[in-house]
Each structure stands twice: as structure tokens, then as C-alpha cells.
Design a protein around this ligand. Structure first.
Ligand code: IPE
Ligand code: IPE
Ligand code: MG
Length: 217
């Protein structure tokens, strides 16, 4: 079994940079390279959709220069992207610098008819905020039901989140897709994100295939 949708919590970029005697900003550049390799292999293996956690709402608490370094890596990638994936974003885009917001919007528009793997980028995203926003939106249309709530989540339309992979060694979700993760398989990898390779994707998909999913039954 290949997961339909994989979420990647790309943690450990700052530590990677420190370990190599580099400024933390260098970790984000290297993290982007790892992301591209991971996504390429994920797509090759037949996964329909991937969500990458690029910046959480809590990450705004970091020093401005670190946030700016992350945003500029994301913006440069958005502006240069010329692949065939349909790229979408989820999160509070109003909190982002205007230049990045515009690049993200332009990319989503440009790739709307993409036929490759669906790539969803969690940027200025928090799972609790997303549930709160969805609950409010659902309440405006009538009674809040599981169906109306799910339709209002940012992830609506994406396949079920079958697998979450977190690098960096921490064993927590840090707000990532809290509603959608209810029955996701969780995999925590001890490597720092910039060290992730195609082989790690193969290992993760192998581990997923060996898991028995029960969904409570
Ligand atoms: C992942 O890397 C988070 C972001 C991209 C914002 P970190 O910056 O958290 O790296 P570590 O965990 O400090 O090493
Ligand atoms: C989670 O990593 C967020 C992203 C990978 C974007 P953090 O480094 O922000 O998470 P904590 O602070 O260790 O929980
Ligand atoms: Mg971290």
C-alpha cells in the first residue's frame, strides 16, 4: 500500500546549520534542496499528494532575520517553479510579507491545472487556527457537522492524510494538521531535515506498508 497523502514536518534545519558551523539561514537553503529530492521520490512512488510544513503560526515568534531567511527561500522557490504539480498553500496568508503572499498566489494560479502530484504548502499555518476558522465558517452556514467542518478545513479536497513523517528527532505534531491526523500513521525520523534523501522516502513508505491500520474497528 502506498499512502495517498504524505505530510512532511521538515524539522531540524537550524540544528543542521549549527552543526556545520553555518548561520541558521543556511539550513533553510539546504532544507529546500532536501525537500525537492524528497518530493521527487514521493511523486515517483505514486503518492497523490504531499503537504510540507514550511512555517507555523508559532514560528512568527522567532527573530525577524530567521523568519525573513525562511520566507526568502520559499519566495525564490515559488518564483522559479516551472514543474507540472498543482501547488496550493494553507495558512494565514495575511500574516505573510506581501511579496511572498503575491508570489504564492501567483504560483497557485499558474499551476491550477497541474497534472503532477498535488503539492500543498503549510505556510503561516497552525492546525488549531485552521479548526477554529473552519468551525466559524461552518457555523455561518448552519449546524456544525463533521461534514460541514471538514469542507471548511484548508485541506478540503486533498486525499486522506495517510502518513506523517517528521524529521529532526522530536516526537510531536507541533500543530500540524491536527484534525486530519486523527488516524494518520506517524513516523519520526532521527535525521535532520537537510540530510533527508530519496532513500529515507523509500524507508518511510516501506514502514507504512508494514503497518496495520485498524481505524478503531
Ligand atoms: C524547521 O526547522 C522549522 C521551520 C522551517 C520554520 P527549524 O528551524 O525548527 O530547525 P531546528 O529544529 O531549530 O533545528
Ligand atoms: C515545526 O517545527 C514547524 C515546522 C517544521 C515548520 P518547530 O521547530 O517549529 O516545532 P517545535 O517548536 O520544535 O515544536
Ligand atoms: Mg525545529
Amino acid at each position: 500500500m502506498i499512502p495517498r497523502h504524505v505530510g512532511y514536518i521538515m524539522d531540524g534545519n537550524g540544528r543542521w546549520a549549527t552543526l556545520h558551523g553555518l548561520p541558521r539561514s543556511a539550513g533553510y537553503k539546504e532544507g529546500l534542496k532536501a525537500m525537492l529530492e524528497v518530493l521527487r521520490r514521493t511523486e515517483e512512488r505514486g503518492v497523490q499528494a504531499a503537504t510540507v510544513y514550511a512555517f507555523s503560526t508559532e514560528n512568527f515568534a522567532r527573530p525577524d532575520e530567521e523568519s525573513s531567511a525562511i520566507f526568502s527561500v520559499v519566495k525564490e522557490w515559488c518564483d522559479a517553479y516551472s514543474g507540472d504539480r498543482r501547488v496550493t498553500f494553507m495558512g494565514r496568508s495575511g500574516l505573510l510579507p506581501e511579496s511572498l503572499r503575491k508570489s504564492a498566489e501567483a504560483l497557485a494560479k499558474r499551476t491550477a491545472d497541474g497534472t503532477g502530484m498535488r503539492l500543498n504548502i503549510a505556510l503561516a499555518y497552525g492546525g488549531r487556527e485552521d479548526i477554529v476558522d473552519a468551525a466559524n465558517a461552518a457555523a455561518r452556514t448552519g449546524e456544525v457537522t463533521a461534514e460541514s467542518l471538514e469542507m471548511a478545513l484548508s485541506s478540503y479536497g486533498l486525499p486522506p492524510l495517510d502518513l506523517i513523517v517528521r524529521s529532526g528527532g522530536e516526537k510531536r505534531l507541533s500543530g500540524f494538521m491536527l484534525y486530519e491526523a486523527a488516524y494518520s500513521e506517524l513516523l519520526f525520523v532521527d535525521k535532520l531535515w537537510p540530510d533527508m534523501t530519496a532513500e529515507d522516502v523509500d524507508a518511510a513508505l516501506g514502514e507504512f506498508a508494514r503497518r496495520t491500520r485498524k481505524f478503531g474497528a
